[in-house]
Design a protein around this ligand. Sequence first.
Ligand SMILES: *[C@@H]1O[C@H](CO)[C@@H](O)[C@H](O)[C@H]1NC(C)=O
Length: 494
Amino acid sequence: MAIATAFSLKLQILFIIFCCRSYFSTAFTSQDYADALEISILFFEGQRSGKLPLNQRLTWRGDSGLSDGSAYHVNLVGGYYDAGDNVKFGLPMAFTTTLLAWSVIEFGSSMQNQITNAEAAIRWSTDYLLKAATATPDTLYVQVGDPNMDHRCWERPEDMDTPRNVYKVTTQNPGSDVAAETAAALAAASIVFKESDPSYSTELLHAAMKVFNFADRYRGSYSDSLNSAVCPFYCSYSGYQDELLWGASWLHKASLNGTYLAYIQSNGHTMGSDDDDYSFSWDDKRPGTKILLSKEFLEKTTEEFQLYKSHSDNYICSLIPGTSSFQAQYTPGGLFYKATESNLQYVTSTTFLLLTYAKYLGSNGGVAKCGGSTVTAESLIAQAKKQVDYILGDNPAKMSYMVGFGNKYPQHVHHRGSSVPSIHAHPNRISCNDGFQYLYSSSPNPNVLVGAIVGGPDNRDHFADDRNSYQQSEPATYINAPFVGALAFFSAKN
Ligand SMILES: *[C@@H]1O[C@H](CO)[C@@H](O)[C@H](O)[C@H]1NC(C)=O
């Protein structure tokens, strides 16, 4: 008995040592979050299309897509490739931009020396979106590149020779979803540049108003207008009502023009509180709109917006285990889990909303009301921190899902430019089919796509570091964009 007790005591001590050592090795400092913030923005340089500037820091990339649009007599050079391919998809590009801008609006004051890099990442996109929105009246260019042909090749962007088809939405073939998201992006960016570049800010706001008007007047989903050019890649499954309200909300915030307040008041009711399915994404803007509009009530007590406080509470409560309306799914390791494909996009977007709502609540001393109980801003921050720390390496696989962060991170990222030798190391062209040897190779990617967050582990916390498993190993601009804001928040705390 005595021996057994002594033994178990020894075990307990061992356990404490083991537990706490592993705990401390995965506890991140504010400097760690600041380092992650820096590379989370650097990643966007790897996704750049167009002529790279002299201050390009990700030097394995080269110029690409320099004649995008020219066959259509429109200049569509620039912008971002969405993920591991070489198509410029307008809907995710605009959403990425809106979320980068929102990250700066809420947490830019914590970005320190990274604020200029964050603004450059936004501007790389808004310069392109401005051209796409203003080149031709009553037309929005929404995509460059034939996605089916592009996906049949494994080529670096610098070599690509697949058709650079240009797709657009017009009065006859409308796309209220992509147009209203573009309006949201331009409006949100106009807030970012209001002080640092007022004339650019004004230009963005005017373009946003025009493209929103176009989105609202000529209604329809771009999926119906463009079919197989956008589906199943970025099909607008949720329709366009969510983007119209989201676009109006950003215009209201950016312009303070009463037109948009009236628009929100007469159209907001289409967003019931029974539609919470907790997935804020390039497709579904409802959760983000609720949180964004709740600020009007929380900070200005605008009575008309009380509705969005309760909508936001319902949404937030659905994410928090232990509340009566809890309905989200988490992995055994504690990761928010929504889908088998590119799950981390939902984790980063949800984390951003948790932190943003915590900020709005905190400025008001408020709490989220979850049935009979309440949830404080602090517990939302704690839940967000778990998700951020999981991504950075505090997880059962003990690996970081952000490339270049920590000792262990994905080596076989599903990304053409990162996996094929750099144009600078291997100047000879590598053709469509010749590139596939690099997709199937077991070697690590030769070019490190620093800062990229990949699709992430499955619902059992397992991750295959396999280039062919794109569901887990592909990065995307919209995975990183909201994480920029979340990392800024934690880099400022100690
Ligand atoms: C407000 O927005 C409407 C609709 O876009 C526009 O016609 C009007 O000129 C704007 N007003 C101001 C003061 O900017």
